[in-house]
Design a protein around this ligand. Structure first.
Ligand code: AQP
Length: 340
């Protein structure tokens, strides 16, 4: 091997810019953790990692203003409890960096009504609602701004964000071809296993803060006995085969993936080790493994959440760093777009 090759790899890795966001909508759940948050700490040592509590996104559906502040701090504490270290990455609240809103307005000129109308998340969240906010419709444009303002290379997210990421790339491409090469085209980093954790009670729907069932949504703050109860009462089929494929196997397939991740094995390994075992022992093992995975996160969360001053300081430091980067991109976007 060329002796310079290793250092070149390190230099390239050091230049990787990672961005992801999470809404401060109540307590985070196992889907958020498995699909997104648990992957985020690894990027801290690969380059620059920027993580945003996307509070502006969270007001796109009815919300309670009196709890937004608390929820924002809860979410920041959750990220740190999951291993984000403010000394090695940037953590900030979206609303503290006004360039996100400004960038969204600029990019909104390049997004079309037709493509926003085709977004699955918008269709799902607006279905059956008497009143739907404009923010819910333009949500993916704000998300595109979030990502594109930071020259982002990679966006570690769950599978439900795939379509939004594609739109962000399309918008960036459109900007570049109209105003000259400026915005980097980000790549989604979606986990192969656990990219879509399903609701434990309705395993054909994803585990979700707004659309899930309370018993089927495992919160990261649920105490150990609740973790056990929710997993033991997870809906499965009437068979006894611990297998992912087959009719009605969605519930068992979901638990197999969860166990695979919690024990750092492949789903195939899990299936093989429960050959002929039945569901009782399997569910007990899933509950134990999940508790071993999230119990320490819950413990650290409670400690971190108790020190509000520290959380506010982390967010303020993060906002300063984020704004120093975002303001450069927005200034250049405006210059290219012809503003005085
Ligand atoms: N069920 C899931 N499986 C895997 N990943 C998931 N994510 C969300 N649900 C699952 C990923 O978590 C990150 C943060 O998502 P968010 O900001 O949308 O937070 P949320 O509001 O808590 O997410 P929900 O539960 O999906 O809320 P709803 O459905 O109400 O919008 C993202 O990377 C997401 O992909």
């Amino acid at each position: 091997m060329d002796p310079t090759e290793g250092s070149m790899v390190r230099i390239l890795a050091a230049m990787t810019r990672v961005f992801s966001g999470i809404q401060p909508t109540g307590q985070k759940h196992l889907g958020n953790y498995i699909g997104a948050i648990r992957h985020w700490p690894a990027y801290q040592d690969l380059g620059e990692a920027i993580y945003c509590v996307v509070d502006l996104h969270s007001i796109s559906v009815p919300y309670d203003a009196s709890t937004l502040r608390e929820n924002t701090l809860d979410t920041a504490a959750t990220l740190m409890a999951a291993g984000l270290d403010p000394g090695r990455c940037t953590i900030f609240a979206q609303s503290s960096v006004p360039e996100h809103s400004e960038g969204a307005w600029l990019l909104g000129a390049l997004a079309t009504f037709g493509e926003l109308s085709r977004m699955t998340q918008f269709k799902e969240k607006s279905e059956g609602q008497a009143s739907v906010s404009v923010d819910l419709f333009t949500y993916p444009v704000l998300q595109a701004a979030d990502i594109l303002l930071y020259d982002t290379d990679k966006v570690p997210v769950g599978d439900d964000q795939r379509q939004h990421l594609e739109l962000a790339r399309d918008i960036a491409q459109r900007f570049n071809s109209r105003y000259g090469e400026l915005l980097k085209l980000p790549e989604a980093a979606i986990p192969g296993t656990g990219g879509r954790v399903m609701d434990l009670q309705e395993p054909t729907r994803k585990m979700s803060t707004t659309g899930g069932t309370p018993q089927g949504t495992l919160l990261l703050t649920d105490p150990a006995d609740v973790v056990t109860r929710k997993i033991r009462s997870a809906v499965t089929d009437s068979g006894r085969e611990v297998r992912r494929r087959g009719e009605g196997k969605e519930g068992i397939a979901n638990l197999i993936e969860i166990l695979a991740i919690a024990t750092d094995r492949t789903a195939e390994d899990v299936e093989a080790s429960y050959d002929g075992a039945g569901y009782g022992q399997f569910k007990a093992d899933v509950a134990e493994a999940v508790e071993a995975m999230i119990g320490p996160v819950r413990q650290r969360y409670l400690e971190l959440r108790a020190d509000e001053g520290h959380l506010l300081q982390v967010l303020s430091m993060g906002a300063e760093r984020a704004q120093s980067l975002a303001s450069r991109t927005v200034a250049e976007m405006k210059r290219r777009m012809g503003f005085v």
